[in-house]
Design a protein around this ligand. Structure first.
Ligand SMILES: [Zn+2]
Length: 622
């Protein structure tokens, strides 16, 4: 099945195939295959499990140890996640209001972990890790397990690990857990001992304190044995669907009713970097088939008062798919599941856990299938490539669904401006776990990341930016791109140098502010000046409108770009000599006399993230 899926991917599109061949960067990556069996006790909320893991060390390095994530150990009083949350809660962001207490902690976490009782905590205890029957030395570092290997793993070789573990599902605090606010019994994410990604930067053994994930691409076979009254859903395909029934079966199949008290649900997912499942006795499922796209499964509690909203999620996400596919590339798996569960919205491969059944959240989480599930960026290091690109995509898709075209990221700009003026901004290149505040992390990762993409359209032109989105999809999906990889794609497609954009926007907190300067006459020519007040240089569009109603667009490229964007509209355009980034002022001539000017405006499209827009427009009174 894996081979045939891969073959299908190759033959469905020549563009996919040729661009993969041309642009496949010479970067190795590890590979993994999990076979997991778990037996859930719904009375104690505990389960025992085994994992058979095939691990391919494709790196040029000899590995003397291997790390696992044990995420649920975070849900214990005094864990790093607990203490970190309580520490962040000491920062006062604003006055308390009906929207919250104004403190910087995550409202879902707060000090709740510190109050968990022994039967409410989460844990993952690994009893043994064996290689070829030999038990390896284990060192537990809270949410990270270090396995010291008796025999090193040689470069370009494969090993098989046998893992035995037991776990207790934590009371729902963050992302995963039992008995969430809407009464879903099990939101099962971050639930199994998961091998840490090893890449060209080494092990990424980040302790779990709050933020998101990074994993090894691989295949999952997961057998879940659970009380027969439970309905199970997952980010994957149900292998024994015709045995189970419950709406999963092919038409005409005759499901067998289980003889004992439990049923085993057999799931598979191929070429993913995580596996999530959920279970509840009152789950029901509706489906929607998207045109030339996946089957959508919407799973929610049948008793739920949000019933009508889940129906709307089903209809809206199905309608959204053609919009998504044309702009961001086709969804490559057969199914996607929107599942009621968790504590807000959290993305996983082929599925999401959502609370409150909002369409915006559903689209956002699904867009993570592009910007995280397919790209697999390192979310600890580059959260803006995950949340930022996803937020940008969500705005675009939602706007188009509502019949709006063009620019669609105003909310992200507002949030970024608020961050830049707050005095709390840190560079977006900060490791996501290590920001000083949750506020600065969120605004940088989500909003500044979204503005990165929207503003790129200003620099290279909207059409070129959209081609970059598709190039990025075809050339980097399933390959863990980093910021440089994205910039190189953008440079190749636009024919511009763009490293400066990443360095200023992502690696610094420098801000943009341009102002309309002076108008005067020199040698019978009307000269206009534009002033750079902020520290970040940008190319500048200036729209001059005359009293007779005519307009002219003046484009001043930045010298660091070594290129010019194509004209974006029908307004006559003059491209001037590049502006040296070192120079605070730039002068250029316009075609008509001073008396004829009605207004002068920097970037009327508002895509330039200019922190002070009050000085961007000069209107000459009649
Ligand atoms: Zn997100």
């Amino acid at each position: 099945m894996k081979k045939s899926l891969y073959f299908l991917l190759l033959v469905t599109s020549f563009i996919v195939k040729s661009s993969m061949l041309q642009a496949q960067p010479d970067r190795w990556q590890q590979r993994i295959k999990y076979q997991i069996n778990v037996n859930m006790d719904v009375n104690t909320n505990r389960f025992a499990g085994t994992e058979k893991i095939d691990y391919w060390n494709n790196s040029p390095d000899t590995l003397t140890r291997i790390f696992f994530h044990l995420y649920w150990n975070a849900f214990q009083p005094n864990s790093s996640m607990d203490v970190r949350s309580r520490e962040l809660g000491k920062t006062v962001l604003r006055e308390p209001s009906r929207f919250g207490d104004g403190l910087d902690w995550d409202p879902r976490v707060k000090d709740r972990i510190s109050k968990l009782t022994p039967d409410e905590i989460g844990y993952q205890n690994v009893a043994t890790v064996k290689i070829a029957g030999v038990a390896q030395e284990l060192k537990v570092h809270e949410t990270i397990l270090e396995v010291v290997l008796a025999k090193p793993i040689m470069p370009k070789s494969k090993i098989q690990l046998d893992v035995q573990f037991e776990a207790q599902v934590p009371k729902q605090i963050r992302r995963s857990g039992r008995d969430n606010a809407e009464g879903v019994r099990y939101s099962m994410s971050q639930w199994y001992p998961k091998v840490v990604e090893y890449d060209y930067q080494g092990w990424n053994a980040n302790p779990y304190i709050a933020r998101e994930f990074y994993g090894v691409w691989g295949d999952f076979d997961v057998n879940i044995t659970i009380d027969k009254n439970y309905f199970v859903t997952a980010g994957g395909d149900l292998v024994n669907a015709n045995e189970i029934g419950r709406g999963y079966e092919t038409p005409g199949a005759k499901p067998v009713s289980p003889s004992g008290s439990t049923v085993t649900w057999k799931w598979q997912a191929y070429n993913v970097h995580d596996f999530m499942w959920a279970a509840d006795p009152s789950y029901q499922m509706i489906t929607r088939k998207t045109p030339n796209g996946p089957l959508l499964r919407i799973v929610f509690k049948g008793t739920d008062t949000l019933d009508a909203r889940w129906q709307k999620v089903a209809d809206s996400t199905a309608l959204a798919y053609p919009i998504i596919a044309k702009t961001f590339g086709p969804y490559p798996y057969k199914t996607y599941s929107f599942v009621q569960g968790g504590d807000g919205g959290m993305e996983y491969p082929m599925a999401t856990l959502i609370k409150s059944a909002s369409i915006g959240t559903a689209i956002h989480e699904w867009m993570h299938s592009w910007y995280q599930m397919m790209m697999g960026t390192n979310e600890s290091l580059y959260p803006w490539m995950d949340e930022g690109f996803t937020d940008y995509a969500t705005s675009r898709v939602m706007a188009e669904m509502r019949g709006r075209s063009g620019f669609a990221a105003e909310g992200s700009y507002r949030s970024y401006f608020n961050l830049a003026k707050s005095g709390m901004e840190e560079p977006a290149s900060t490791h996501s776990d290590h920001y000083n505040t949750n506020f600065a992390y969120s605004a940088a990762a989500y909003s500044k990341g979204a503005v990165f993409m929207a503003q790129l359209g200003y620099i290279v032109g909207e059409k070129v930016r959209d081609q970059i989105l598709l190039d990025y999809y075809y050339q980097w999906r399933f390959k863990h791109p980093n910021p440089n990889d994205f910039i190189r794609i953008a440079e190749k497609r636009s024919g511009m140098e763009l490293d400066w954009y990443k360095e200023y926007w992502i690696n610094s907190t420098k801000t943009i502010d341009y102002a309309v300067g002076d108008i005067n006459v020199e040698n019978n020519k009307t000269m206009l000046s534009i002033k750079r007040i902020g520290k970040m240089p940008m190319p500048i569009d200036v729209l001059v409108t005359y009293k007779d109603g005519s307009q002219e667009m003046h484009n001043i490229p930045l010298d660091l770009m070594y290129g010019v964007k194509p004209a974006e509209n029908d307004i006559p355009r003059t491209v001037h000599e590049p502006w040296h980034w070192t120079h605070p002022e730039y002068k250029f001539s316009i075609s008509k006399g001073i008396q004829e000017i009605k207004s002068i405006e920097i970037d009327p499209s508002m895509r330039l993230a200019d922190l002070n827009r009050n000085n961007n427009k000069l209107v000459i009174p009649d």
